[in-house]
Design a protein around this ligand. Structure first.
Ligand SMILES: [Zn+2]
Length: 738
């Protein structure tokens, strides 16, 4: 079972991982990939996880230039809707995305350290600056605070951990001098393996450290008994962003594979292998990973929660993989009572068993060394950091320059200690009024969705009642968790950055595994408070909006309702709609995978969603490369439903206030749609676009604007657009599910 935590947007500062499969380098692409969403994965900062410079040069030089890079220009205090961001030479009827954003698009070339520059990144940078300040202060005062703690004990402990972690990461000289030394003990263990029993133990050990070698294993809610957490085994073990990267036969894919082998060679060489041997070994890594990729499911196949729910007894799991001893594995990861296990992709495990049995112990050594290096590369010396960036950010995403060190260390602090630095962040940056206003919007939008469900022409009464029950049961989380995570048992010091990261990863893995067999904790959050994102989690039946996103251009306390409903309102509507998208609709009010639909209503739904697949599959963002309408269907349904529901709530809100004036020549209705379009403004490198078209369940920003709006008569009316215009789909092709 894959638990799709549907995020608004991925690949940003701290976007999330959906389900589980590849968990390659934890770079953004993989994040969307396919792995049971553990809270940790969701919280993983994705963007710069895999640091690295496209400009191949000496590490020192690369780093210095990055540190001196000019900051991306972000306007301070812009008006909620800035006319200079528009391009009024373009007609709204022809291309509303450019009409609303053309000025911004022209004035905002992608900064060299980004693969995409969007409203999400602008806000992410702002939040990063705030975290930077907090971390710097913590690093400066932490030791003193610890010594004579007058501050409340827990707050002092947070400050101390954040300060120590950040300081260890910023101690570049120490990190560089240590090179690969922090991994030495682990490498020795790998090299000492003698037989397959040792290989199993070593894989288990790497799993305990959070390294997803060979396959993935974690905890997650039981899809059919959502009050309980059970063990989850899922496909994984790859280094490239997706299984398709190993199997596609086109020239571009072949080239990326060659470049990957080159990258693995370089990494192994940096770790001390002679170049010729490293080159041979890299080919073996490729062969092993290809053997794991072949039986792995595609991202579209991973979207089917029923197909990915295969709960079984340990004995049945053992029968599935006769050569892999699960009892030994569970013992090695310290899991005394595994209980029943959900095996997401049984065919993968059958294939993995063959791989385990046939690959030589020596080749396993190479593969495990590689995955250890790959996982920890961003926390090692600059030669590793830069080589990792070169392939994963440079080659795969087209990013020109690595982010300055502080940004990478701040992101890592958010990843490892997110609810510690997050607590300090919300204390300074999230006023209680923001929470109250967001809650009010959520309630209005919820009401609008309820009204809409009641009047749906294609759904029968019994199904409507179930849908309304589900909507009423939504849990809403805003800003930050009520109960903060306790990091007191996590040891952080100023001695070794890589060791801190390894301890942080182990701490998190342990936290996840300890949940197995226990009731679910509904207070947990899947992303950290400063994150510019939002999500719906079907097992919890909850929508979550962290403090980080509740700022301009999404939400602006000084803006008119039109802009706030078009921005944050559409985001809220989007997440709510996920509860009723192609995946979310299969879960009930308490988060169980249970069919509550009448066959007639289910058919009517499927017909409508097919039309959405057709619409988006028709878009061709890059010559020859279309949007994958199947992969993106859930997000597209949520985009279309979200803006529609937000518009209904907006109309209700202004009806109470009476007629509203035009601002900058635009009616409130027009400003709503302009506010919506501006949250999707972006510029993107071609490599990044290509990667995302292959892996991201979200459509590109341009199509997240024109796709939904071209279906909406409310939009057509607001701008008085004639039928037959590019921004208006023919009446018989318009789709509206929600
Ligand atoms: Zn979404």
């Amino acid at each position: 079972m894959l638990k799709p935590i549907c995020l608004l947007c991925t690949g940003l500062l701290a976007a999330g991982n959906l389900f589980a499969q590849t968990e390659p380098n934890k770079s953004p692409a993989t994040q969307d990939a396919a792995k049971p969403p553990t809270v940790r994965d969701a919280a993983k900062p994705t963007t710069e996880q895999s640091p690295p410079p496209a400009v191949a040069q000496s590490p020192a030089a690369a780093n210095t230039s990055a540190d001196q890079a000019a900051k991306p220009q972000v306007d301070k205090n812009p008006p909620p809707l800035d006319p200079k961001n528009m391009d009024t030479s373009i007609k709204p009827a022809d291309d509303f995305y450019l009409f609303a954003n053309g000025g911004w698009v022209k004035r905002n070339p992608i900064p060299p350290e980004f693969s995409r520059w969007a409203s999400f990144n602008e806000l992410g940078e702002k939040n990063n600056d705030a975290l930077h300040e907090i971390a710097e202060k913590a690093a400066a005062v932490a030791p003193k605070t610890a010594a004579k703690s007058k501050v409340e004990k827990a707050a002092a402990a947070d400050l101390l951990k954040v300060g120590d972690f950040y300081a260890s990461g910023m101690n570049e000289k120490e990190v560089d001098d240590a090179r690969v030394k922090p991994l030495q003990d682990e490498v020795k263990r790998i090299d000492a393996m003698k037989d397959r029993k040792d290989v199993l133990k070593e894989i288990a050990r790497l799993h305990s450290m959070g390294v997803t070698a060979f396959f993935g294993f974690t905890s997650g809610q039981d899809d059919k008994e959502s009050t309980m957490v059970i063990a989850q085994a899922f496909q994984g073990g790859l280094g490239m962003p997706d299984r398709d990267y190993y199997t596609k036969e086109d020239e571009a894919s072949k080239k990326l594979r060659d470049q990957y082998v080159e990258h693995v060679t370089k990494m192994l060489t940096l770790a001390g292998e002679p170049a010729a041997q490293a080159a041979e070994n890299a080919k073996k890594v490729m062969a092993l990973e290809t053997a794991l990729a072949k039986p792995a499911r595609t991202r579209v196949e991973l979207r089917d929660p029923q197909k990915n729910y295969n709960k079984m007894k340990q004995a049945d799991l053992q029968a599935l993989t006769p050569d892999w001893n699960w009892a030994d594995y569970f013992k090695a990861i310290n899991l005394a009572t595994p209980g029943d296990i959900n095996v997401g992709q049984p065919d993968f495990f059958k294939g993995a068993n063959e791989v385990f049995k046939t690959v030589s112990v020596d080749d396993w050594k190479t593969y495990l060394r590689w995955h250890l290096l790959h996982d920890l590369a961003p926390s090692l010396s600059n030669d590793f950091v830069n080589e990792n960036f070169r392939y994963f950010e440079g080659t795969l995403r087209g990013t020109k320059q690595i982010k300055p060190r502080w940004k990478r260390v701040v992101a890592k602090t958010d990843e490892e200690l997110g609810e510690s630095i997050g607590k300090l962040y919300v204390a300074e940056h999230f006023p209680p009024e923001a929470k109250a206003r967001a809650l009010e919007m959520v309630n209005n939008i919820k009401e609008a969705l309820a009204d809409r469900i009641k009047t749906l022409e294609w759904m029968d009464e019994a199904t409507k009642q179930e849908a309304l029950k589900k909507l009423a049961a939504f849990t809403v989380k805003i800003g930050y968790p009520d109960k903060w995570r306790d990091y007191s048992l996590l040891k952080i010091d100023r001695i070794s950055y890589a060791q801190n990261v390894m301890r942080g990863d182990s701490f998190e893995t342990d936290r996840q595994l300890k949940k197995i067999g226990k009731p679910v904790d509904r207070s947990e959050w899947g992303i950290t408070p400063p994150t510019v994102n939002a999500y719906y989690n079907p097992n919890m039946n909850e929508i979550v909006f962290p403090a980080g996103i509740m700022q301009p251009p999404f939400f602006d306390p000084k803006a008119d309702d039109a802009v706030n409903y078009g921005g944050m309102g559409a985001v809220i509507g989007h997440e709510m709609t996920h509860g009723f998208d192609d995946q979310g609709r299969q879960y009930d009010a308490v988060g169980n995978l249970r069919d509550w639909w009448s066959p007639e209503s289910a058919k009517a739904y499927t017909d409508r969603s097919k039309a959405i697949v057709t619409q988006y599959s028709g878009y061709e963002p890059l010559a020859g490369l279309h949007i994958n309408g199947e992969l993106t269907q859930g997000e597209n349904i949520a985009d279309i439903g979200g803006v529609k529901i937000a518009y209904m709530a907006f109309q209700k809100a202004i009806a109470k206030k009476g007629p509203q004036p035009k601002i900058d020549g635009f009616t409130p209705e027009q400003r709503f749609f302009l506010g919506f379009a501006q949250i999707w403004r972006n510029n993107q490198r071609e490599e990044d676009l290509k990667l995302r078209l292959n892996t991201d369940p979200h459509s590109p920003g341009r199509f997240r604007t024109i796709g939904p709006l071209s279906n909406l008569t409310e939009f057509q009316k607001a701008f008085d657009i004639p039928d037959g215009s590019p921004m208006v789909r023919p009446a018989d092709q318009r789709v509206n599910v929600w």
